[in-house]
Design a protein around this ligand. Structure first.
Ligand code: PLP
Length: 752
């Protein structure tokens, strides 16, 4: 069962609100502007809801109009304020020059300010009111700037952190300034006592869907005497404040919610909400040692908990919680699809790691104690799962050994941990500073001996992260002298369990570049090829330490020693293609084909390559591009399998191989989905993909491969990788497990 702890993003609709909306559509469906009985009944309903809202908001006077939501309310308020400034200026008055907004305001506010400032051609200066590390406005700053402000926008409570603003302090700071004042009350309704009429608040927008009403209904309060310009004009509805036939179903639903709130029907009192918070906080602290809260509890709404866990990204935590059926979000919902640090936490001056790994857990004011207790239980499960994967700072039991190859990727740069099953020795290839702590923790937790930390080439722009990794791991490098790339001098092959690593010199990208080839007996399993061959690109060879004239020979050496279908693992992978082989690259890169086929001599190859690399643009991560990408994997055939197609495939012979590509910490807290019940799905986390590719390439060609994950994103990456490597019948479950019917308990996937 899904537990929804993302109430600051939106809420479900209360049953009585649903009933009220249905009644408004079937019984009170009249147009409130009509003067017949049906219209009068609708009008009475609308006026009744408005009267109730006035009582609840403490707004006996002023205008209270229904809107489509808070964004519309904010637009209307900003337009009204700025239009009045424009009129004053047109009348020859000197107007204030600043538009102020809280630095942690919802995006709707600064964007609306910018928009209307430009549309009305006012040319006023927008300035963010700084906040402290507690998320509260800097009132001294505000006092200093208030006299120059035409409009000041603050929020009653923050949507990401739950920090409650000191409205009385702001009121004092603005006293005598003449500035208009907008207070975004979206997150406060139902959680904080509001008495709008007792403060000089000029505008206060509200949103129904944050408090158990449907999306598409909201309220805007405008103080008596505050300037007003309608955003929508037309039929004169809402006393000419907002034209358009009223959304009576939404208004009725909002009315039912406000009634429940007024009668405290289902809405919990502050002490109960505080107790709920303590229950969740206790579970979080126990499950994730080292966890830090990103706003002080005493300054926050009880229903919002924002935290970060050192060394664990918000992506990992969100995937983990989602697998456990806990719906939470990272930062704000609007930015959830982009991996961006939270603007709110950055504005609070929190360290970058906290701003980029924050998770927001927000429960609702009508949640039941059982929901909170079950959420706390699942949070503890999530902590245990992370610990078992050695991703927690608690010591693990070392039981879950890593796969043959584990990949760590940051901004397109890849680093690998190589650990053959059963071996207690491992090697790290192309270490990256971003993963020093994570890998060191993994080594400690799995009790793995670090046999070597190897680079595939020297880096022009930065030093190797190898010394840091040795230090962080607490282990000592081998006593034999190491060369510049970390290889023990004089060693032919580095033994690792039943495998060994061998080196192949591949000068080109740099003169010292090597490929590290992993072999078991006579079999070549895979090779780490650094930047020599990347999916869709050859490593650039225009550095001072490059050897462009040797590049083509190195490619031919790889061809001769590895063949064309050995998985090649690159040091950079800008397009999430994970691995490649020479067959795939030969088809994608004419220059590489020319080198292998001998149609260009080494000098001509170097010359053509130099032309390609002329003016290489940085990557989308704004980092230096390590090669000219000639194949970006843009348009490609669909790899997605919908539910009906999956059903057909499951009936086919041979049976498809189902592969769960979620990380093991996710798989551990979830059930096997119903469609996979009769088969034994493989468990191959995306991070361990490289070690499984050769096995899948070796399977009979008519056996379909079906990958699945939470959302369909990671599984699509894998299916596309396998297609590119020649498996035409590799598929990804469209929409992932999120679109499946509830999963059922069954056998867990088996490691590949
Ligand atoms: N202001 C705050 C504080 C919010 O949390 C939101 C919604 O996320 C909005 C404004 C925008 O509200 P709506 O979705 O009703 O337009």
């Amino acid at each position: 069962m899904e537990l929804y702890l993302d109430a600051n993003a939106t809420t479900p609709v209360l049953p009585q609100a649903r009933d009220a909306a249905l009644a408004a559509m079937s019984d009170t469906f009249g147009n409130p502007s009509s003067i017949h009985g049906a219209g009068l009944r609708a009008r009475a309903m609308v006026d009744g809801v408005r009267a109730r809202a006035r009582r609840l908001l403490g707004a006996p006077t002023g205008r209270l109009t229904f809107t489509s939501g808070a964004t519309e309310g904010i637009q209307t308020a900003v337009l009204s304020a700025l239009r009045s400034l424009q009129a004053r200026r047109a009348a020859g008055e000197a107007i204030p020059t600043l538009l102020l907004y809280g630095a942690t305001e919802h995006k709707a506010v600064p964007v609306a300010l910018r928009h209307w400032n430009a549309v009305l051609d006012l040319g006023l200066e927008l300035r963010a009111i700084p906040v402290g590390t507690d998320g509260r406005h800097d009132l001294a700053w505000l006092r200093r700037h208030a006299a120059q402000a035409g409009l000041v926008c603050t929020m009653a409570a923050n949507n990401e952190t739950g920090v409650v603003s000191d409205l009385e302090g702001i009121e004092r700071a603005l006293a005598g300034s003449g500035a208009l004042w907008l207070v975004d009350c979206v997150q406060a309704l139902g959680k904080l006592p509001l008495a709008l009429g007792r403060h000089p608040i000029d505008y206060a927008p509200f949103s129904g869907h944050k408090l158990y009403a449907p999306k598409g209904i909201g309220l805007l309060y405008v103080r008596e005497g505050a300037p007003f310009t309608p955003l929508l004009t037309g039929g004169g509805q809402e006393d000419d404040l907002r034209a358009g036939t009223e959304n009576t179903a939404g208004i009725a639903a909002l009315g039912a919610v406000l009634q429940a709130l007024e009668e405290r029907d289902g809405f919990k009192d502050p002490a109960t909400l505080a107790q709920f918070r303590r229950t969740l906080v206790d579970a979080l602290v126990e499950a994730f040692p080292g966890l830090v809260f990103n706003a002080p509890a005493e300054a926050c709404l009880p229903t919002t908990i924002n935290f970060s866990v050192p060394g664990v990204s918000s992506k990992v935590l969100l995937d983990l919680f989602d697998a456990a059926g806990l719906r939470v979000s990272g930062g704000s919902a609007c930015s959830a699809s982009k991996a961006r640090p939270s603007d709110v936490l950055q504005a609070m001056g929190l360290p970058a790691w906290r701003a980029s790994s924050a998770v927001r857990m927000s429960f609702g004011a009508v949640d039941a104690p059982e929901t909170i207790a079950e959420a706390a239980r699942r949070i503890r499960d999530c902590g245990a799962s992370l610990q078992a994967s050695c991703l927690s700072s608690l010591p693990g039991d070392g039981a879950a050994a890593p796969g043959l190859v584990t990949r760590f990727v940051s901004d397109g740069a890849c680093c690998y941990l190589v650990c053959p099953p059963g071996a207690r020795r491992c090697v790290v290839v192309d270490p990256l500073p971003a993963f020093t702590e994570t890998i060191a923790r993994l080594l400690r937790c799995q009790q793995l001996e670090l046999a070597a930390v190897l680079d595939t080439h020297s880096h022009g722009d930065h030093a190797s992260a190898a010394p840091d990794l040795w230090r962080a791991s607490g282990q000592c490098p081998p006593s034999a002298a190491l060369d510049a790339l970390g290889w023990p001098q004089g060693l032919e092959a580095l033994p690792l369990g039943d495998c060994r690593l061998e080196r192949l010199p591949t000068p080109g990208h740099t003169a010292d570049a090597v490929a590290l080839v992993l072999r078991r007996g006579d079999a070549t399993l895979l090779a780490f090829v650094g930047d020599t061959v990347m999916p869709g690109a050859l490593g650039r060879s225009d550095f001072a330490q490059s050897a462009p004239h040797e590049f083509a020979r190195s490619l031919r050496l790889l061809d001769a020693r590895l063949g064309r279908r050995t998985p090649l693992l690159p040091a950079h992978d800008y397009d999430d293609r994970h691995a490649t082989h020479l067959d795939a690259e030969r088809a994608a890169q004419p220059l590489l084909a020319a080198a292998l086929d001998g149609t260009l001599d080494d000098a001509a190859f170097a010359q053509t390559k130099a032309a390609l690399e002329h003016d290489l643009a940085p990557t989308e991560y704004r980092t230096m591009a390590c090669g000219a990408r000639v194949d970006r994997g843009g348009a490609c055939e669909s790899v997605e399998l919908d539910a009906a197609a999956l059903e057909r495939l499951l009936q086919a012979e041979p049976r498809p191989l189902l592969v769960d590509v979620r990380e093991l910490y996710e798989q551990r807290v979830d059930h096997v989905p119903a469609f996979a019940r009769d088969t034994t799905p493989q468990a191959v986390p995306l991070s361990a993909l490289a070690g499984a590719i050769a096995g899948w390439l070796g399977m009979p060609a008519d056996r379909a491969l079906v990958f699945y994950c939470r959302s369909g994103n990671r599984s699509a990456q894998v299916a596309r990788t396998m297609r590119r490597l020649g498996r035409a019948n590799a598929w990804s479950l469209a929409g992932g497990l999120a679109l499946q019917d509830d999963a059922v308990p069954a056998a867990r996937p088996q490691p590949a």
